[in-house]
Write a protein of this length. Structure first.
Length: 279
């Protein structure tokens, strides 16, 4: 796989809160100095319409309920903060404002990629078929992301309108066989699912029908938590702390190294670079 989110967390909220947390293992607190604004959610000049600078990075969740940014060219992880409103996150994605959407315990949360302050999504209603699920946005327009794609425990693809709370069946994904894995997009309106099994398979799924459009094998052996993201023309996958990159053009998998912690979820927005950066 390849390198590569009922109460508010801490004290504050995603848009206006002065957030202060106790830090990781007694370290320094995480503070947003301006209580009137979350700068991570502001559009930035020079980026695609509707995008923020924060939305151009990959993000991962780690053991200890932490949120980190990840820069693929340098393999650098930067701690954002502790997700104090949830425990044991399993999947995540990011919208074009740079807000992370994180699954934990069958519930759905949003979190700031500026300070990790977080809250439950009020329109999400947990139920047994969604005890755990992978998720991603695939929209590329400047409008705010409001339609999540979800793969639930019944091996079924749904959409979820984050505003209205409506879930709609796309179609059963019978050929995928197992939802053990993670979903992402390449930033161009396409949907991908990486099956976490003895042999890892990356499926491209039709967002309208759930039919398999294409599939590739990824040589990324591992037995731990698996997560998937896309950045700069490559897919990044994680097995616990091991980072892999898959080039969909050359069909090659490269083991890049290891993260300094075990990764439990990964994701990115559709604002990320679509092609490799110039060296």
């Amino acid at each position: 796989m390849l390198p590569v989110l009922a109460a508010a967390c801490a004290r504050g909220n995603l848009s206006t809160g002065f957030v202060e947390d106790a830090g990781i293992d007694g370290g320094a607190p995480f503070v947003v100095a301006d209580p009137s604004l979350d700068a991570a959610a502001l559009p930035d000049a020079g980026l695609p319409e509707g995008c923020t600078q924060a939305a151009t990075l990959v993000y991962v969740t780690g053991e200890g309920d932490t949120l980190h940014s990840f820069d693929p060219p340098t393999l650098k992880f930067t701690l954002v903060g502790r997700l104090s409103c949830l425990t044991q996150p399993t999947h995540m994605t990011v919208d074009r404002r740079g807000i992370a959407w994180i699954v934990a315990g069958g519930k759905l949360y949003t979190a700031s990629t500026g300070d990790a302050s977080c809250a439950l999504v009020p329109t999400w209603v947990p139920d047994l078929p969604y005890a755990d699920f992978s998720l991603t946005f695939i929209g590329t327009t400047k409008a705010p992301d409001n339609l999540l794609y979800l793969m639930n425990n019944s091996v079924t693809l749904y959409t979820f309108d984050v505003t209205s709370g409506e879930r709609k069946l796309v179609d059963p994904v019978v050929s995928v066989a197992s939802t053990e894995g993670d979903m992402t997009t390449n930033g161009e309106g396409k949907l991908f699912f990486l099956r976490d099994a003895t042999s890892h398979t990356l499926y491209e799924l039709d967002p309208a029908s759930a039919a398999i459009v294409n599939q590739d094998d990824i040589v990324a052996n591992g037995t731990g938590s698996q997560a998937l993201a896309f950045w700069g023309g490559s897919f990044y996958a994680f097995e616990n702390d091991v980072i892999f990159a898959f080039d969909p053009v050359k069909k090659t998998t490269t083991r890049l190294g290891a993260a300094p912690f075990k990764i439990t979820g990964a994701g990115q927005s559709t604002c990320i670079p679509k092609i490799p950066p110039l060296k």
